[in-house]
Design a protein around this ligand. Structure first.
Ligand code: KG4
Ligand code: ZN
Length: 348
């Protein structure tokens, strides 16, 4: 039987076992998921330490690291799940958005694996994966709900109408919130990745630095982070030029508050205006402790349910790719073996 005949003969099963591969940035990851949310294994190798001295991810270094790590994470995930390759019903893979060379490693590996096993190949959008991670956190959760997407490349408020149907209510007009965290970290002399380091420093500070509120209280569901980032840069430079000491912890704390409060306010506004009583979130910035605490506290007061993925499922991983892969699997949304990596995939 040819590969395509074998895929055509494949019966769609509710409890299918999906092996997912993610390699869009500096994490090489593999996960194994049974059905919608029974996560059997989730393994990650990161090349982060190799990028730190460059102040950001170096694509060529990331790609090379993926080539050496990909089979290791796949073997480890299989071992942890107690499954063998013969048990796998489909292969899901991130085909975009991300670094092209990095994505290509995962895509090539996934194609070869799907071909050799004669099982479907499911192309998954990384961003949709971030949104789908929530189904692993709360097994009872079902759409509709409002979802906040906050990562290094995206900031958006989304009305999730069904597993596969979205409406983007608003998004950033310039920088993504994670990007702003990374740039502010750099100005404060903190190492990459900026977000977690800004969060750590902010714990020791007070929100005493006056910063612009951007589109807080206006602009519908849209955001703007470039002005906030510039205001932080200008503040630090002005203080330094005047020979004044910069309290970096206060700057980090003030920035974090300004960056996060507007996200929370607009999520709550969206839930109220759309008549939905549940807010979820996904993406690296959702690992931020201040965001998690403040969102939960504000929503509790308003009687809105909040469901957040554990921090390990907020930053890049393959479990979320498997979760979205399962949604696409049920729809029979398979790729052929000409699947290519794509640098930017629109959310819709
Ligand atoms: O979702 P992600 O891992 O990769 C993308 O798809 O972009 O998000 C990475 C972003 C980076 O900008 C990083 O600084 C930010 O998420 N991030 C955080 C935290 N952890 C990661 N930002 C604020 N606080 C954190 N704890
Ligand atoms: Zn991501």
């Amino acid at each position: 039987m040819s590969y395509y005949e074998s895929v055509k003969a494949h019966p769609i099963k509710e409890d299918a076992i999906i092996l997912a591969i993610e390699s869009s940035c500096d994490e090489t990851a593999c996960a194994i998921l049974q059905g919608r949310n029974n996560l059997l294994a989730s393994e990650i190798e990161s090349s982060m330490t190799e990028h730190v001295r460059f102040g950001g991810v170096v694509p060529e270094i990331a790609s090379r690291a993926h080539t050496t790590a990909v089979s290791t994470v796949v073997e480890r995930a299989l071992q942890k799940s107690g499954k063998s390759l013969q048990d796998i019903d489909a292969i899901a893979v991130t085909y975009g958005s991300g670094l092209l060379g990095a994505l290509l490693v995962g895509v090539s590996y996934a194609k070869a694996l799907a071909f050799s096993l004669g099982v479907p190949l499911i192309p998954v959008s990384h961003i949709r994966g971030h949104l789908a991670a929530i189904y692993l956190a709360d097994k009872e959760l079902k759409p509709p709900f409002i979802s906040l997407l906050a990562s290094g490349g995206h900031t958006a408020i989304i009305e999730v109408k069904s597993y596969d149907e979205f409406e983007i209510l608003g998004g950033t007009l310039d920088d993504a919130v994670g990007e702003a965290f990374d740039k502010v970290a750099r100005v404060l002399g903190l190492s990459y990745p900026g977000g977690p380091n800004v969060e750590k420093l902010a714990l020791q500070g007070e929100p005493s630095v006056q910063l612009p509120l951007m589109l807080k209280g206006k602009g519908g569901y849209d955001f703007s982070y470039s002005g906030l980032k510039t205001a932080v840069i200008n503040y630090v430079h002005n203080q330094t030029q005047q020979g004044k000491e910069v309290n970096k912890a206060d700057v980090a704390c003030s920035f974090q508050k300004a960056a996060v409060d507007v996200l929370i306010d607009k999520c709550i506004l969206a839930a109220r205006e759309k008549g939905l009583n549940c807010i979820t979130a996904g993406g690296g910035v959702v690992a931020n402790g201040y965001l998690r605490f403040k969102l939960a506290a504000k929503c509790e007061k308003k009687g809105i349910k909040v469901v957040l993925p554990p921090k390990s499922l907020c930053t890049d991983n393959a479990a979320m790719i498997a979760a979205e892969g399962y949604i696409q699997y049920l729809k029979g949304n398979f790729a052929d073996l000409s699947l290519n990596a794509v640098a930017r995939v629109p959310l819709k």
